[in-house]
Design a protein around this ligand. Structure first.
Ligand SMILES: C[S@@+](CC[C@H](N)C(=O)[O-])C[C@H]1O[C@@H](n2cnc3c(N)ncnc32)[C@H](O)[C@@H]1O
Length: 332
């Protein structure tokens, strides 16, 4: 698989309207994933504040269509460099930025760069006014570079080369161990694990019993959308490569563990509850849902204490549990 395959896949993904998004079976999963990114970004920004960095300079690596621009704006960052391999996505990100700027919803300078970060140096293309970088954010994307070792090393160099000492590299990734577990548990279905919103298929060209460190390919299809091949990023290997680039690991957490911690914060809790599926009509709504998907709240809803509840379907939770978040710091 080449970088062009990834670029043409993402270039062809059309931008959905609000109504289309709301009707998707993974609407709430997308919301909680966005919430996770928001919490992670703010956690990193709070860490930097302890070092008296109040308006951090950001690198949004593999930025996609710029979905995180509002998060950067709310976090009051100093500037953002946005880069991605897919030029259509970068142009959409630029359009979003110009629109928000015109409406005074975002007030930081931004630079947009179309680049294959697995095969090129990013640092020379960054405007010196946007340097040094305080936070690099690579969301749901770093694993593409695990197609082979030179790509992973190049992407990592691009992530950290422009970071100042003490700067942070944060991100989210499919959890390689969970993916392998899912594929192995579906051995009698050609290593294709599936539920009603997602399927994970481990490609048979490398052994599932002993996946290679690079090039272990899988397909992750969400809500029946066509996807492009992805690669397992075995986290201990990423830690080793990052250490070679002068980075130390601050944390790695599975999504459920990270969510549990973020939910202890009142602000994040109410922010999430506004975004999830709400059952405030007691059992009526449950009866219309697919069999078993909301059993975990059924007793609560029908009990005396049962009031307004928000939650994910069982299938969405299974997918949510397949990701990890991480944070590295550049050694002084
Ligand atoms: C799942 S999307 C995530 C986009 C965005 N970070 C977000 O959270 O919404 C993965 C992104 O990685 C980008 N990507 C994959 N390989 C890349 C590469 N070699 N260089 C730069 N971007 C790449 C894709 O174009 C795509 O926009």
């Amino acid at each position: 698989m080449t970088s062009e395959t990834v670029a043409s896949h993402y270039n062809a993904v059309k931008q959905e309207g609000i109504e289309e998004r709301k009707n998707s079976k993974i609407f709430h999963l997308r919301n909680i994933n966005n919430w996770m990114k928001n919490c992670l970004i703010n956690e990193a920004i709070d860490l930097l504040k302890r070092d008296r960095i109040y308006q951090p300079k950001v690198l949004d690596l593999a930025c996609g269509k710029g979905g995180d621009l509002p998060k950067w704006s709310i976090a009051r960052v100093g500037s953002v460099v946005l880069t991605d391999i897919a030029e259509v996505s970068v142009e959409q990100a630029r359009g979003r930025y110009e629109e928000s700027k015109a409406e005074r919803r975002c007030n930081f300078p931004a630079q947009f760069i179309t680049l294959d970060s697995c095969n090129n140096e990013l640092a020379p293309l960054i405007d010196p006014a946007f340097l040094p970088i305080d936070i690099v954010s690579c969301q749901f994307a770093f694993h593409y570079s695990f197609v082979n070792e030179p790509s992973a090393r190049q992407m990592l160099r691009n992530a950290v080369a422009s970071l100042r000492p003490g700067g942070l590299f944060i991100g989210t990734l499919p959890d390689a161990e969970r993916i392998v577990w899912a594929a192995r548990s579906a051995a009698d279905n050609d290593n294709k694990w599936e539920n009603r919103v997602c399927s994970v298929h481990y490609d048979g060209s490398t052994p599932i019993d002993d996946p290679p460190l690079f090039g272990a390919q899988f397909d992750f299809n969400l809500d029946e959308q066509v996807n492009c091949p992805e690669f397992l990023a075995y986290f201990p290997l990423l830690v080793k490569l990052a250490e070679e680039e002068g980075m130390e690991l601050l944390w790695e957490k599975r999504f459920p563990q990270a969510a549990e911690e973020y939910l202890k914060n009142e602000r994040w809790r109410s922010n999430l509850y506004r975004k999830l599926k709400e059952f405030n009509h007691r059992t009526t709504q449950l009866e219309t849902e697919e069999e078993g998907q909301f059993d975990h709240v059924k007793d609560l809803l029908t009990s005396e204490e049962g009031g307004r509840l928000t939650t994910l379907s069982k299938a969405e939770w299974e997918v949510f549990s397949m990701y990890i978040t991480f944070c590295f710091r550049k050694k002084e």
